[in-house]
Design a binder for this molecule. Structure first.
Ligand code: NAD
Length: 336
């Protein structure tokens, strides 16, 4: 029996990644496509013909609907999660689940049974490259990780695509890149380095143009506890940037006394350099396909009971948000 799923929010990531993943998964039936914007509904129906609705409430009465994928902006997602879980349905909610810790209060207070219905779209946690990097680090291939540099650059401003720039500037109004991208990146650090940082040592923010609604470049220095609790902390230098006409490379580098690992931020190709030489690993199919497929399989398993707990769960999503907000505040920005 396939599970009935509704996709709400038919924007960029829904049409480029969630909808194709839903269409590829034979265990899923799409019972509704929801967006207040008629044009987005038409675009989605052209990719996958399913009933379309302007408001999520219109489909939540259908007993065939077992789960909802929320690909909505974070300032909308926060209110939709409780709407879905109150009906006993499962929800896969895009990150970040809110734009501030205060706004996320309603989620932190969800009753325990409802929290168990929420999987958070920290999509790249599911990537085999992340698992392999974790194995390299915990298996001592680099020695103890001393320095992690994360350069997270995305959303290049393309002068030929002002609609995209306008949409990303709109998102910037709801918080600096660290709030949106940090959801993924702080989740990865927690997984790779065995838990949260001991402290955020410092943070900074810069706007490349005075008319931007918030700084579009920001970063922080964080200290994570040493592996095994002994030795020196791991220093993490994290930078986040959007909306310049050209962007630096997006990558994560992990350096230890015995080796250096490099994760390409777009493809998730991995390199490990040690005294023994260079190891290069690439996974198939390409990153978006494999991660959204794996994420959806986890969600279907949660719905069918094949797995009993969401992963990543709401606590993971809230922890990443809290850390991102700590960075933003230390950099001088008020939570939005
Ligand atoms: N997991 C990932 O890799 C990944 C990648 C990109 C974006 N995202 C996240 O996905 C979310 C959406 O991003 P996007 O780039 O697709 O944004 P977008 O602005 O392109 O799309 C959002 C869509 O939601 C619709 N919407 C607004 N209110 C709604 C409501 N009440 N009900 C239903 N639909 C509603 C809008 O009309 C719009 O079509 C963001 O939180 C973003 O951070 C995640």
């Amino acid at each position: 029996m396939s599970v009935g799923i509704v996709l709400a929010g038919l924007g960029d990531i829904a049409l480029s990644a969630h909808l194709p993943a839903l269409a590829r998964n034979s265990g899923v039936r799409v019972l509704g496509l929801v967006d207040p914007d008629e044009h987005r509904r038409e675009l989605a129906r052209a990719l996958l013909p399913a009933p379309a609705f302007a408001d999520l409430a219109e489909v939540l009465d259908d007993p065939e609907v077992r789960g909802v994928v929320l690909a909505t902006p974070p300032w909308v997602t926060t209110g939709l999660i409780p709407l879905v879980t109150a009906t006993g349905r499962f929800v896969l909610a895009e990150k970040p689940v809110a734009t501030s810790v205060r706004a996320a209060g309603v989620l932190a207070e969800l009753p325990e049974p409802q929290r168990g219905l929420v999987q958070v779209g920290l999509t790249y946690r599911h990537d085999p490259a992340m698992e392999l990097l974790h194995d390299w680090i915990t298996g001592g291939r680099l020695g103890s990780p001393s320095l992690v540099r994360a350069q997270i650059y995305d959303e290049r401003r393309d002068p030929a695509d002002p609609a995209h720039a306008g949409r990303i500037e709109g998102t910037l109004r709801h918080g600096m890149p660290v709030v949106h991208e940090g959801a993924h990146v702080f989740d990865w650090f927690g997984y790779l380095l065995g838990g949260p940082p001991d402290r955020v040592a410092d943070a900074w923010a810069v706007a490349t143009r005075p008319d931007l609604p918030a700084p579009n470049l920001c970063g922080a220095r964080l200290e994570y506890p040493p592996s095994g609790g002994q030795g020196t902390p791991t220093v993490v230098l994290a930078e986040f940037g959007w909306l310049t006409d050209a962007l630096p490379r997006c990558e994560i580098s992990v350096l230890g006394d015995r080796g250096h690992a490099l994760l390409d931020g777009q493809s998730f190709r991995l390199e490990l350099s040690t005294a023994a030489g260079l190891e290069q690993v690439a996974f198939e199919p390409e990153r978006t396909t494999r991660c959204f497929d794996r994420q959806l399989v986890r969600f279907v398993d949660l719905i069918t009971g094949a797995s009993t707990a969401p992963a990543p769960d709401l606590a993971d999503g809230l922890a990443a948000l809290e850390l991102a907000e700590r960075v933003a505040v230390l950099a001088g920005e008020s939570p939005r």
